[in-house]
Design a protein around this ligand. Structure first.
Ligand SMILES: Nc1ncnc2c1ncn2[C@@H]1O[C@H](COP(=O)(O)OP(=O)(O)OP(=O)(O)O)[C@@H](O)[C@H]1O
Length: 686
């Protein structure tokens, strides 16, 4: 509680942001009740810092701040940043702060009408983002005055306001102080306008040079303007004070006593219905105004899954190859070759090529290997197949002479009959498919020949591997089906994380969150309201994605309860992460980089593209630590094998989700307690 007659008394305030440079250096300040106090000083001298300390947004290293505030409702605060929620209209903004301050609808309506009229604030149906700088500043001022508080702290309320309106704002503040006994602390860059204040505090280099009425300041310093007074006092300070670095050194050497928590903060309840309602309304205003964006957010997983389904795992045929056929040199080619389905070991290169066309692999004749290599380099063909002169003969020898007796001459002939292939292997996927095609083609052709020749022992036709109906999954299960559970898991975890991070960071950076906290909103209320919105969006994302994947596209989904349960609960660590990342990062860039890193790690080592069994042992423990790792394994088992809640893998999947949620929530709690609200205030937290 402030001393009798004083609305604010500050003694020995010290503040450093980086532990080296002191912004406040033992500042003392006294603001009388029912007066206007103009705080003046050059840019960067610490005016906003001391105001933020008064309203509880910045913590001091030492010093005592006593105010007449009994609760946060006794304070009206207008920060230097506009600190408005972009997507709320003028009326919604005032109603939002009115609800935070527990005002009735009727009171809100009356006060809003009065302030809108007096401050000439236009309505903004598309949100405050559409207001001009001056209009926003006036709205910001109205928000500080909506509940008619006894103490008003205004950080540069008249910047960007025209002189006529500036005068009427000052007239209004004087009326508030003189008729309604309000106490007003105001900073401004227009030195002369503070002549209307009852007291002026001239601040420089973290201390007050003097604190007096404008008249006394002028007469004591024999000046004609406040600007002259300020210059004179600054000059005197310059002559007497130590150099900045020496001053900081001296303060660092002092034993500073941590200040006590202000009395009023102890009375704040951590949850109030009206404040929570205001937060929910604010979040809905965001959704309503930016409906397109919200709809897009809901549809992102759906669109990603559509791209995934139609973009991955399909055959990239046809393939174009070049052929250098020494069996049928240029000019003759395979044109003269006639297919005949008899046991004939001649023209097998042509038979091979003809069969290859069934696989959509087409080979055109080339004149030389050099020509082929040029065509590969210019991306006209993928590779060159080179048939040797004795290709058919070599195959004949291979088939007819069983490999029982050693015969170096025969082996050499066979070796010279090998097909040589040169390829562009830079596209590994295409290379592997094509290699498989060529091998299959040879095997099939040899099988056909063996059948035509009626070999008793079907030498060339290797006994095929026959894959019967699989135990799990189906014969048609492909790479896309394998990847689908991992992909949808990643989406269900990362989408709530990315969405939440952006919203929280955006609000925090505009200064709006800090203002709400100064007005009394608690971290619990902020997080609970965000949580409600995020869960709703996550639910809609899950619903649309599951309908697409499992109902329309019919991906395997043998245990929907477990599958949907895993995907829904996976949103919780994602949401918790969206609260946790802003604890670590001050910039949106930093926060989005962490999100991107998470997505990449999940995709690469979370078993999406490559089985986790094949991950390098050094990296494996990192994979286990990914929030989606065990849940993806569980989802695969539920989707393909139909495993239920009693299977260890499923239990482990759910347990990992719960564990990660607990870890993140615990980390958030600890950080909020340790850094005191940093999650919503950023690095300025008290
Ligand atoms: N969050 C922060 N982290 C680090 N330094 C900060 C932070 N906020 C302010 N500062 C530094 O503290 C000093 C005082 O800043 P402050 O905003 O209090 O000055 P000011 O007198 O209000 O300036 P202006 O009139 O330009 O608004 C500046 O040097 C500023 O860079």
């Amino acid at each position: 509680m402030a001393t009798q007659g004083l609305a604010i008394s500050i003694t020995g305030a010290y503040k450093t942001y980086d532990g080296k440079k002191y912004i406040l250096k033992g500042l003392n300040m006294n603001v009388k009740e029912g007066t206007i106090y103009g705080l003046l000083g050059p840019s960067g001298c610490g005016k906003s810092t001391i105001l933020n300390a008064i309203v509880g947004l910045v913590g001091l290293e030492a010093g005592e701040i006593n105010t007449l505030m009994e609760t946060k409702k006794d304070l009206g605060f207008m920060p230097q940043q506009l600190a408005l929620y972009d997507r709320m209209t003028t009326e919604e903004t005032l109603a939002y702060f009115g609800h935070i301050y527990d005002m009735s609808e009727d009171e809100i309506e009356k006060r809003s009408a009065l302030l809108i009229d007096f401050l000439e604030i236009p309505s903004s149906p598309s949100g405050t983002v559409a207001l001009s700088g001056g209009q926003k500043r006036r709205l910001s001022l109205a928000a500080a005055l909506i509940h008619n508080p006894p103490l008003v702290v205004l950080d540069e309320p008249t910047v960007g306001v025209d002189p006529v309106l500036r005068k009427s704002i000052w007239d209004y503040l004087i009326t508030l102080a003189e008729r309604e006994k309000k106490t007003i602390v105001i900073t401004t860059h227009y030195i002369e306008e503070t002549r209307q204040a009852h007291t002026i505090g001239l601040m420089r280099s973290g201390v007050l040079l003097c604190e007096n009425s404008p008249e006394s300041l002028l007469s004591q310093n024999d000046s004609r303007s406040l600007e002259d007074t300020f210059m004179r006092l600054s000059h005197l300070q310059e002559c007497h004070k130590l150099k900045e670095e020496e001053e900081d050194e001296r303060i660092r050497g002092m034993t500073l006593k941590k200040p006590k928590k202000p009395e009023y903060t102890k009375k704040e309840s951590f949850f109030k219905r009206n404040r929570f309602k205001a937060e929910i309304q604010k979040n809905f205003a965001f959704i309503k105004r930016d409906f397109g964006l919200t709809l897009y957010t809901i549809c992102v997983p759906l669109m990603s899954l559509i791209c995934f389904n139609y973009g991955i795992g399909y055959d990239p045929r046809p393939f174009n190859m070049g052929v250098l056929n020494d069996e049928y040199p240029m000019g003759v080619g395979c044109q003269t070759w006639k297919p005949n389905d008899t046991c004939e070991f001649a023209g097998l290169s042509c038979r091979f090529l003809k069969k290859l066309e069934e696989k959509d692999v087409f080979a055109k004749n080339i004149g030389s290997m050099d020509e082929g290599l040029d065509l590969i380099r210019s991306s006209n063909i993928l590779g060159v197949i080179h048939f040797p002169k004795n290709y058919s003969e070599a195959l004949n020898t291979l088939v007819e002479t069983q490999v029982l007796v050693e015969d170096p001459e025969r082996d050499a002939a066979i070796e010279h009959g090998f097909v040589q292939i040169r390829m562009d292997q830079s596209n590994v996927v295409i290379f592997h498919i094509l290699r498989q095609d060529l091998q299959d083609n040879l095997r099939e052709m040899m099988g056909d020949l063996a059948e035509e020749c009626g070999y008793h022992v079907k030498t060339a036709k290797l006994p095929p591997l026959k894959f019967e109906e699989p135990v799990y999954a189906s014969l048609s299960t492909g790479i896309r089906d394998y990847m689908a559970p991992a992909f949808i898991s990643i989406l269900m975890f990362t989408m709530p994380m990315a969405y939440g991070v952006v919203i929280i960071m955006e609000e925090r950076q505009s200064g709006a969150t800090a203002r709400s906290v100064a007005a009394g909103v608690t971290p619990f209320e902020l997080m609970a309201s965000h949580l409600m919105i995020q869960i709703s969006i996550h639910f809609l994302q899950l619903l649309s994605s599951s309908l697409l994947m499992y109902v329309f596209l019919k991906y395997e989904f043998h245990n929907p309860y477990v599958g949907l349960g895993l995907l829904f609960t996976l949103g919780f660590p994602g949401i918790a992460m969206s609260f946790f990342i802003p604890l670590l990062m001050n910039s949106t860039l930093g926060a989005s980089t962490i999100c991107t890193g998470f997505v990449i790690a999940n995709v690469l080592i979370g078993g999406t593209f490559w089985p986790v069994e094949g991950i390098h042992p050094i990296i494996k423990p990192v994979s286990w630590m990914l929030p989606t790792y065990f849940s993806t394994l569980a989802l695969r088992n539920a989707n393909f094998k139909g495993w239920g809640f009693t299977e260890p893998s499923i239990i482990f999947g759910f347990a990992s989700i719960v564990a990660w949620t607990i870890i993140f929530v615990g980390a958030i709690y600890i950080t909020i307690v340790v850094t005191k609200n940093r999650v919503f205030l950023g690095k300025n937290a008290p």
